[in-house]
Design a protein. Structure first.
Length: 245
């Protein structure tokens, strides 16, 4: 499906980014796995190579403009970008500091914009490509104690659509994937608590998503299956966004 394509994945050292890198490599892409943690990236690339995939590591800090420019300058071609770097913090609105706010906005919004802009310039010079920004259903509705994260992801949705409008003339498609609550090693214990089970009960499908539930939408957006889509935001959330009040 993606044979011959080079796909850059940011935030690839852990979480969704790591999973996406493995999925894209399994479907034939040469994956450039980018993040700050060189050792974690090396381990990921070894795992991909061990099952016959192709991956290269790129140590890059999306909050540093020079790091992004230098890192991307080393790449001959980028056919697709999965913009996945992100951080979160659970804190009451009144307790959040300005430094907390700035750190999340800088990573989730400005870092996403920074990589998108640099990659778009390269794609425009080589005939276009596909960009997938990883948003969240929290960019489309509210969640307690997540003001900075939800605001950053709402901005990523708007950034996606603004970029889609301006970059279409260059043959560049820009779409967003908005996951709901996905079960991972980091949140599994919480969802076993009373509060976690109560949250699951509000999801119409009455279950958490699994990482593999994101695979087909991701592959569609990266590949030619979405060739007439740009500016779209695809929620993968078990119906959470349409749950009743």
């Amino acid at each position: 499906m993606l044979t011959g394509k080079t796909v850059l994945v940011t935030g690839a050292s852990s979480g969704l980014g790591r999973h996406f890198a493995a999925v894209l490599a399994r479907h034939g892409a040469l994956v450039v796995a980018a993040a700050r943690r060189a050792e974690a990236l090396a381990n990921l690339c070894d795992e991909i190579s061990a099952v016959g995939g192709k991956a290269e590591s790129l140590t890059m800090d999306i909050t540093d403009a020079d790091s992004v420019a230098t890192g991307l300058a080393a790449l001959a071609r980028i056919d697709a970008l999965v913009n996945c770097s992100g951080i979160t913090q659970t804190v009451r609105f009144m307790d959040q500091t300005e430094d907390d706010w700035a750190r999340i906005i800088e990573t989730n919004l400005t870092g996403t914009w920074r990589v998108l802009r640099e990659v778009a310039a390269r794609m425009a010079a080589t005939g276009g490509g596909s960009i997938v920004n990883i948003a969240s259903i929290l960019g489309l509705r509210q969640g307690g104690q997540l003001a900075a994260y939800a605001t950053s992801k709402a901005a990523v949705v708007q950034l996606t659509q603004q970029a889609a409008l301006e970059l279409a003339r260059h043959g560049i498609r820009v779409n967003a994937l908005a996951p709901g609550y996905i079960e991972t090693d980091l949140n599994r214990d919480f969802f076993g608590t009373e509060a976690g089970r109560a949250l699951i009960a509000r999801i119409p499908q009455r279950r958490l998503g699994k990482l593999e539930d994101l695979d087909a939408p991701l592959l569609m957006l990266v590949g030619e299956g979405s060739r007439y889509m740009t500016g779209s935001v695809i929620a993968v959330d078990g119906g959470h966004l349409v749950s009743s009040l």
